[in-house]
Design a protein around this ligand. Structure first.
Ligand code: APR
Length: 228
């Protein structure tokens, strides 16, 4: 059976990573246009860098939760029959042991150079504009996909949605496209679709089945029902 799982900020909520659109969410204190667009970066790079530097630093204080663990186990059992796509830029799926993770919105622990295009792993701060290890230009930006930019590896994702027997969405509000449209694509090509989310989302109506509850409970339950 071919399975595509899409995760969003809700899967990391129980690990202590704030979501975006819930009360106390990340966008609460920031207007999205001020930190998550190429225009914002051009206008005030230090504000944008500080926002992501703080989030990168906060990663060391959080750990994967049972939902990440369960998806890691699913990855071990299904191998190439699972495509795990995350909108999250944290590294909790990797730390839980997921064998392969597609970060469609990029990663906090990576940067790319706007001068030479080189991509590098990056664990420290970017706010003081360190030199690019490739070309030495002080032009590294977070390797995250901002509003108005194209998410990574869309071809691979769409191919997997076309082939999927089952599409499962975990902890995402269904507010941001193209990820919000994956359920319709998968369904149009014949997959069964299941949503696991704390509350009904903007996309709930598109799923064959929608279960409400914390990811830390629902995901292990669902994985156990699928692979024992
Ligand atoms: N278990 C399951 N779901 C949860 C939990 C939990 N413990 N806590 C919160 N949720 C749900 C919320 O109810 C909400 O529907 O997770 C969802 C989180 O939604 P958003 O904050 O909008 O996050 P996400 O859907 O990942 O955002 C998509 O928007 O800002 C951009 O690039 C950013 O990748 C992000 C994208």
């Amino acid at each position: 059976m071919k399975v595509v799982v899409l995760t969003g900020a809700g899967i990391s909520a129980e690990s202590g990573v704030p979501t975006f659109r819930d009360a106390d969410g990340l966008w609460e204190g920031h207007r999205v246009e001020d930190v998550a667009t190429p225009e914002a970066y051009e206008a005030a790079p230090s504000v944008v860098q500080a926002f992501y530097d703080a989030r990168r630093a906060a990663l060391s204080a959080v750990d994967p939760n049972p939902a990440h663990d369960a998806l890691a186990r699913l990855g071990e059992v299904l191998g190439d029959d699972l495509l795990l796509v995350t909108q999250n830029i944290d590294d909790l799926h990797e730390r839980a042991g997921s064998p392969s993770v597609l970060h469609m919105h990029g990663e906090l622990l990576a940067a790319w150079c706007t001068a030479c295009g080189r991509r590098v792993r990056w664990a420290g701060a970017l706010g003081d504009q360190p030199p690019c290890p490739g070309c030495a230009a002080p032009a590294l930006r977070p390797d995250v996909v901002w509003f108005g930019e194209v998410p990574y590896e869309m071809d691979r994702i769409v191919d997997a949605l076309v082939e999927a027997d089952l599409f499962v969405s975990v902890g995402t509000s269904g507010a941001v496209y193209p990820a919000a449209g994956f359920v319709q694509q998968a369904r149009a090509y014949g997959a069964r679709t299941l949503e696991l989310n704390l509350q009904p989302s903007e996309g709930s109506r598109w799923f064959h089945e929608s279960r409400q509850g914390p990811a830390g409970l629902l995901v292990p339950e669902w994985v156990a029902s699928l692979v024992g």
